[in-house]
Ligand binder design. Structure first.
Ligand code: FES
Length: 508
């Protein structure tokens, strides 16, 4: 394979191709009807819907809006969420599987109508969605999924040919799905929300919720947003209320490369059924097809060197598509719940004023949109047909409990393993833009030498529950293998459940 350079720094095409508005930091305590934490698709769509109902809304983001998973997605608008419907039918029955499909189909329809209504120029395009396999062992899974589609009356077809010039053993098509540029779409929803009075604040970190008569979101600077309802749309919930969300979800990272190919894109959106995942779609960049090849998911903090994952995607692209240029690369973090169905609704059973939406697996465009509708209906005290399906307090013994035990065994393993592992590199030999873990004054210390030769040293003990973080060379972050917290190389929290930064270590 020719050695196509991977861009040195990760950057999402979505973020690089749109100019988003910026917002001030919250400087005082305020009072609103609804306080939303998190400026991704869920938070912004909810703000948009609530403001249309004349509710006073404030939306906070710890960084800048649309820079989390929504800014790094593959942005497929589809109810085809990998192989899922046969599994839902087996575990929960046809009624729940049908509701899951309807919810995501409704979300797709909502996005389409909103694009039409505001004439949003966001490259919205109808496409069929394909799950394909090249593994004999997955043929039965695809057949069973097709039977599930038929039971649910989903317009679909089983085929052994796909428009991509790739040999496949079988592929299941879900007809009439869609794709778009998520940030062009959400930029307009942000602007419309602002026109309707939503107050946006960036660089404003929510750290807690106080409960007197009304809940109040407390920020790291001590300001309070007193409201009737709090919505946690911060990917990992910023507030847990002792409901242990970290033990009911696991975090995975996955990777995207955007390439130019000598071939024209033939249409369609693709994902394979087996591992490692390969997902393919295109978008248009300056009139040219940009192929988005993604996959290589692994549990956060537990993968190979990050560059290896990007290289595997490039090898795949080279073999099947041909590469003229690798234009962008980026990665995303996704959270999966115990039963693969997101948690949307009251944070705990008896708590009606603090709401949460999380655990969208890799399907946040539709799940995030339906979350916005469910939460809006809950606040407006309107019935919603999907409320019960997604309620975070549901309990399903099968298969959730078995998985719960497995996940916690995995955490225990990493808790111990991390404490024992060191790389013995001498810091003096550390090259620029590289990191190692070593022992300094008895402390397990993560050391990163930046491009200006400056050393950044942090205590590698995760501030959530004490696992040891691992270096992520692609994103230059310290990632926790236990519940997916991520920290910058200077130790700041990028992603929870951790709330406090890694302790800095002096190089004295
Ligand atoms: Fe839980 Fe690090 S995220 S211990």
């Amino acid at each position: 394979m020719e050695n196509f350079q991977t861009p040195q720094f990760p950057e999402s095409y979505w973020r690089d191709s749109v100019k988003l508005p910026t917002f001030p930091k919250l400087q005082e305590s305020i009072k609103v009807d609804v306080g939303i934490v998190g400026g991704g698709i869920t938070g912004i769509t909810t703000a948009y819907l609530l403001a249309k109902q004349n509710l006073k809304v404030a939306l906070l983001d710890a960084g800048v809006i649309l820079n989390g998973t929504t800014g790094h997605t593959t942005a497929k608008i589809t109810a085809q969420h990998g192989l899922i419907y046969d599994e839902i039918i087996q575990h929960f029955g046809i009624e729940k599987a049908s509701l899951y499909y309807q919810a995501n189909a409704e979300a797709k329809q909502f996005i389409e109508q909103t694009v039409d209504q505001h004439r949003i120029d966001c490259d919205f395009k109808k496409e069929d969605a394909y799950i394909y396999t090249n593994a004999k062992s997955y043929l039965t899974n695809l057949e069973n999924e097709k039977k599930a589609y038929d039971q649910l009356k989903i317009d679909s077809e089983l085929t052994d040919k796909i428009p991509l010039n790739m040999l496949v053993k079988s592929a299941l098509i879900m007809k009439d799905q869609a794709q778009f540029h998520p940030l062009k779409y959400l930029k307009v929803l942000t602007e419309k929300s602002k026109e309707n009075g939503v107050q946006f604040y960036e660089q404003t970190t929510a750290v807690d919720v106080e409960h007197n008569n009304n809940p109040a979101i407390v920020t790291s600077e001590g300001h309070r947003i007193t409201c009737k309802y709090v919505i946690s749309a911060s990917h990992f919930p910023f507030f847990d209320k002792e409901s242990f969300y970290f033990s009911r979800m696991y975090a995975e990272r996955s990777y995207v490369t955007a390439i130019k190919s000598p071939k024209d894109f033939p249409g369609g959106m693709y994902i394979n059924a087996e591992s490692p995942t390969r997902s393919i779609r295109s978008t248009s960049m300056n009139g040219e097809d940009l192929w988005l090849i993604s996959g290589e998911s692994h549990k956060t903090g537990q993968g190979d060197s990050t560059i290896t994952h990007y290289n595997k995607l490039k090898e795949f692209a080279h073999r099947h598509i041909g590469i003229n240029d690798v234009v962008y690369r980026w990665s995303a973090q996704d959270l999966t719940t115990l039963d693969k169905i997101p948690y949307i609704g009251s944070i705990t059973k008896n708590e009606d004023t603090i709401l949460v939406a999380t655990g969208f697996r890799k399907w946040g465009m539709t799940n995030g949109t339906i979350a916005a509708k469910i939460l809006t209906d809950q606040i407006l005290e309107k019935d919603n047909p999907y409320k019960e399906l997604y309620t975070p307090s549901r309990f399903q013994a099968d298969p959730a409990v078995r998985k719960f035990a497995r996940m916690n065994a995995d955490v225990a393993k990493h808790m111990i393993k991390g404490k024992l592992e060191y790389t013995k590199n001498n810091i003096d030999e550390l090259s620029t833009d590289d990191a190692t873990v070593t022992r300094i004054n008895g402390n397990r210390t993560g050391v990163y030498r930046d491009q200006n030769n400056e050393l950044h040293m942090v205590d590698t003990t995760c501030t959530h529950m004490g696992c040891e973080v691992a270096w992520n060379s692609g994103d230059r972050t310290w990632d926790c293998p236990c519940h997916g917290s991520r920290f910058s190389y200077t130790g700041e929290v990028i992603e929870g459940p951790a709330k406090r930064p890694l302790a800095k270590i002096d190089n004295e």
